[in-house]
Design a protein around this ligand. Structure first.
Ligand code: PPE
Length: 306
């Protein structure tokens, strides 16, 4: 169960958690055209701070633009509302979920003049794939469902309906007693997890799929920057399934998943079957960055303030 907090921001005002409701004929609930974000807030020595807030708000607006939804707020208003949502709920650390959806009005596929509605919720959320997974690595199953084709779903947009594909894979993986699913794209290359980007390490360098069929992950981007600062080469190139099987290391990146090592794929051990040196390096640099312990990455944090 979700850990409830006190208030949810809805269209410019805060309402009690229990009152944050919509009509059952809300357009997005039927057809899936809505866009969302997942953002984390971390505890730092100088108080809670939101990780890469402008980048997340920018992606939310890009998702809306791709989906032809006009958000009735500015980027600045959204950023302020996100910080206020963390503050009002007195969260030290947690997860923030902004959502933009098509409200009640006409039914039928044409969204017409239905209002574009917005909400922001925030709640405490620990390790997405478990503390044990974060520490020792997770077991992954290649999904029998293919990732959406780039001209079927606009993968640069974080659209609610895209996650049906993710859920199919996730449920299949969990039912088969794995922790997470991995999708291949229509060309057969490794794409991404149900809610994560993937990296592999091989012969001393990192490799991640190019931004064709995958979400433009903000954690992925942070890893690219950390790797560059550490002098670790990263190639944005296609990865095949057998190449993944033979990787020295592999890990998932995502706001919810953070940096989660992968220790097994399809019952094949990856590398030594535990987090390898590059994974541990990236993971430790990432966690010190989000906790404000590294001056170099201080600009990634927006203090929540009092
Ligand atoms: N790919 C997908 C499909 C995806 O959903 C996410 C985030 C990523 C990659 C990584 O992107 P980023 O968070 O910017 O590094 N998935 C979000 C939803 C998870 C959920 O279960 O809900 C997240 O991590 O917030």
């Amino acid at each position: 169960m979700i850990q409830e907090t006190s208030k949810i921001w809805m269209d410019g005002e805060f309402v009690d958690w229990a009152d944050a409701k919509v009509h059952v004929l809300t357009h997005t609930l039927h057809y899936g055209l809505g866009v969302f974000e997942g953002i984390r807030c971390y505890q730092t020595a100088t108080g809670p701070a939101v990780f890469r807030l402008p980048e997340h708000v920018e992606r939310l607006f890009a998702s809306a633009h791709i989906s032809a939804l006009k958000i009735p707020f500015t980027r600045e208003e959204f950023q302020v509302a996100i910080l206020e949502t963390v503050r009002i709920n007195e969260l030290d650390a947690g997860y923030i979920r902004p959502l933009v959806y098509v409200g009640y009005g006409a039914m039928g596929l044409y969204p017409g003049d239905n209002p574009v509605k917005c909400a922001i919720a925030a709640w405490p959320w620990g390790a997405y794939l478990g503390d044990e997974g974060l520490k020792n690595g997770i077991r992954v199953k290649t999904s029998s469902f293919t990732r959406q084709h780039i001209n079927i779903s606009m993968t640069k947009a974080k659209v609610c309906g895209h996650y049906v594909n993710s859920i199919m894979g996730k449920v299949e993986a969990v039912n088969d007693e794995y922790d997470e699913s991995l999708f291949l794209d229509t060309g057969g290359n490794v794409s991404e997890g149900s809610g994560e980007n993937i990296f592999i390490a091989r012969r001393g360098y990192l490799k991640t799929p190019p931004l064709n069929t995958v979400l433009e992950g903000i954690t992925r981007q942070s890893v690219l920057e950390i790797a560059a600062d550490e002098g670790v080469e990263v190639r944005e190139e296609n990865i095949t399934r057998d190449e993944l099987y033979c990787a020295d290391e592999a890990f998932f990146t995502g706001t919810a998943a953070e940096i989660t090592p992968i220790r097994e794929v399809d019952r094949r051990q990856i590398g030594a079957g535990r987090p390898g040196p590059l994974t541990e390096l990236i993971q430790s640099r990432f966690f010190s960055a989000v906790r404000g312990e590294n001056e170099k990455y201080r600009h990634w944090l927006s203090p929540v303030g009092t």
